[in-house]
Design a protein around this ligand. Structure first.
Ligand code: MF3
Ligand code: CO
Length: 291
């Protein structure tokens, strides 16, 4: 049960402002959508200005780390070396790598190559080969705020098919960004990505998706990219979540690594690609907080 707040009470968001001057009008609008049968976000999903500022700063660190990787990644390098770069850069920026020890995850970053869909674990034994496509997924804790984004890198001479998969996966995310609009369901964004991927002959992973982020690494809502248009939670200004569809050249089915309990592969062994951005819903669309 939510406590009833008076107009002149402090707003629930922690801004210190009076409710009537802060989230009251928004809450009334949310209630109207709820009455129409929409699934609406809980208060935890809606960030205040201070929190948005903190998440944005964290996102800047995440971007800088990915920029550093982009400058240095090359054929012949082990994924362990990528992990070391992420770890050291993150500390240099006074951040903490969010993956390290997260639910027992052993490294600072995920590096997923070719048919690895996500959560590839860096290792000295994994060497980037000419023709590989690799996802580097960086997540940072900075001043207690979380950020999360990932990019694909093409190593050396990559086949036309794989290059197109990488490019189209980026386009899918950019389409998703354009579909983030307040007072629309998040399914409109997810479904847009799904239809785009399908139109290119690809499939989209169903079991793993995006998530709310900011105060914690993974928050509600779960963000699907294989859902009907009229599904999912209502997008409301102040919500922060990731857009990170995993797009497969072949079938959508995935399998999990039995030995490490983390890495997910395509079942058919075909390549998979993923870009990830972190966005905040605004009054007229969204702000990209990490890319
Ligand atoms: N960065 C991943 C995501 O996009 C999460 C990885 S969890 C980890 O949600 F422990 F593997 F890092
Ligand atoms: Co994520």
């Amino acid at each position: 049960m939510l406590k009833k707040i008076g107009r002149n009470d402090n707003c629930w968001c922690g801004s210190g402002r009076k409710y009537k001057a802060c989230h009251m009008a928004m809450d009334e609008k949310i209630q109207q959508y709820k009455d129409m049968g929409y699934m609406v976000p809980g208060r935890k999903m809606i960030k205040n200005k201070e929190q948005l500022d903190g998440i944005r700063e964290s996102g800047k660190v995440n971007i800088a780390i990915l920029d550093y990787i982009a400058e240095n990644i090359k054929v012949g390098m082990s994924t362990e070396e990528i992990d070391k770069m992420v770890y050291e850069k993150t500390l240099e920026y006074k951040g903490i790598p969010a993956p390290l020890n997260f639910e027992g995850y052993p490294k600072s970053v995920c590096t997923s190559i070719n048919h690895e869909v996500c959560h590839g674990i860096p290792s000295n034994d994994i060497i980037l080969q000419d023709g590989d496509i690799v996802n580097v997924d960086v997540s940072t804790i900075y001043k207690d705020y979380f950020s999360d984004s990932s990019r694909m890198f093409c190593i050396g001479e990559v086949s036309k098919e794989k290059k197109e998969l990488v490019e189209n996966s980026k386009k899918a995310v950019e389409l998703g960004i354009s579909l983030v609009k307040p007072w629309h369901r998040i399914g409109e964004m997810g479904n847009g990505i799904f239809e785009f991927a399908k139109s290119k002959g690809y499939s989209v992973v169903r079991e793993v998706g995006g998530h709310g982020v900011g105060i914690e690494f993974h928050e509600e809502p779960f963000v699907s990219y294989s859902c009907p248009k009229e599904s999912g939670v209502l997008m409301v200004p102040g919500m922060v979540f990731t857009i990170e569809p995993m797009i497969n050249m072949g079938r959508s089915d995935i399998v999990m690594d039995d030995d490490n309990g983390w890495t997910i592969y395509t079942e058919d062994g075909m390549p998979s690609a993923q870009w990830e951005v972190m966005v905040a819903v605004t009054e007229d669309g969204c702000e990209i907080m990490a890319y």
